[in-house]
Design a protein around this ligand. Structure first.
Ligand SMILES: Nc1ncnc2c1ncn2[C@@H]1O[C@H](COP(=O)(O)OP(=O)(O)O)[C@@H](O)[C@H]1O
Ligand SMILES: [Mg+2]
Length: 232
C-alpha cells in the first residue's frame, strides 16, 4: 500500500485460519490500521490481493465485505453520536435483518442480547456521545457483532483503557473465541494478546518482522527492538 511516496505496507502476506485468534502488533505508524482498512474495503491496495473463504475479495465495497461476514471495529469509535446506544446496535441488526430477523421485536431482542453481552444493558437508552471511552469501545464491539460476522477485525480495543478495562477486553477476546469467531486483532500492547492469541504477527514500518506463537514472538530480539521506547 503506497500513499504517494510512503510505502505503508510492503510484501505483507498473512493468513488467518478459521476459528483462530491472530494478533497484529507493531509500534505506532507501522501500518496495522492501514491493513485493516484494506481488509474491510475502505482502502484499495496499490498491489496485492485479499482472499476470504476461497474467494478473491480485493476492492469489494465495505458493505459487500460486511455481508460476506467480515465485521470490524475502529480504533477511534464512530457511533451515531446523538442516537442511543440501543439504536446504534439496532442499525447493524436491521442491515442484516433480511437474512435473520424479519420481525422488529426479534431485532430488538437481538440488540438487547448484544448489549448484555458487552455489559452495556444499563446504558441502552443513553446517547452514544455520553459514554466513557471504555463504554464506547464496548459499543463498537456490539455494533461490529450486530452484523453477525464470522470474522472480526478488532482495532485496539484495549488501548487507552484502565487496567480493569483491559482485563475486561481480555475476557471479551476469550468469549468471542469460545463462540467460534475468527479474530484478527490489533493491539498496541502485546500483553493483551499474549494469552488469548494462537498466533502473533508483528509489523514494523510496513513489513512483517516476526510471526509465530506468542511465546516465540515475544522472545524475539527484533520485536523488542521495534518496541524499544514504546511503553504500553
Ligand atoms: N489515508 C492515508 N493517507 C496517507 N497516509 C496514511 C493514510 N493512512 C495511513 N497513513 C500513513 O501510513 C502509515 C501507517 O499508518 P497506520 O496504518 O495508521 O499505522 P498503525 O495503525 O500501525 O499505527 C503512517 O505513516 C500513516 O501516517
Ligand atoms: Mg492504528
Amino acid at each position: 500500500m503506497a500513499f504517494g511516496g510512503l510505502l505503508a505496507l510492503r510484501g505483507v502476506d498473512i493468513a488467518v485460519e478459521e476459528h483462530q485468534v491472530v494478533g497484529l502488533l507493531g509500534p505506532n505508524g507501522s501500518g496495522k490500521t492501514t491493513l485493516f482498512n484494506i481488509l474491510s474495503g475502505l482502502l484499495r491496495p496499490t498491489a496485492g490481493e485479499v482472499w476470504f473463504a476461497g474467494c478473491r475479495v480485493t476492492n469489494l465495497a465495505p458493505w459487500r465485505l460486511s455481508g460476506l461476514g467480515i465485521g470490524r471495529t475502529f480504533q477511534i469509535a464512530r457511533p451515531f453520536a446523538h442516537s442511543t446506544v440501543f439504536d446504534n446496535v439496532l442499525v447493524g441488526i436491521t442491515f442484516r435483518s433480511r437474512h435473520h430477523y424479519r420481525r422488529v421485536l426479534d431485532r430488538r431482542r437481538e440488540a438487547e442480547r448484544l448489549l448484555a453481552m458487552v455489559g452495556l444493558a444499563p446504558k441502552a437508552s443513553a446517547r452514544a456521545n455520553e459514554l466513557s471511552l471504555g463504554e464506547r469501545k464496548r459499543l463498537e464491539l456490539a455494533m461490529a457483532l450486530s452484523t453477525r460476522p464470522t470474522v472480526l477485525l478488532l482495532d485496539e480495543l484495549a488501548s487507552g483503557l484502565s487496567p480493569k478495562g483491559r482485563e475486561e477486553v481480555i475476557r471479551f477476546y476469550g468469549r468471542l473465541k469460545e463462540r467460534g469467531l475468527t479474530i484478527f486483532a490489533i493491539e498496541h500492547s502485546f500483553r493483551v494478546l499474549a494469552h488469548v492469541a494462537d498466533r502473533l504477527v508483528v509489523l514494523d514500518q510496513g513489513t512483517i518482522v516476526a510471526e509465530g506463537r506468542p511465546a516465540q514472538v515475544l522472545g524475539s530480539p527484533r520485536v523488542m527492538q521495534a518496541y524499544l521506547g514504546e511503553d504500553e
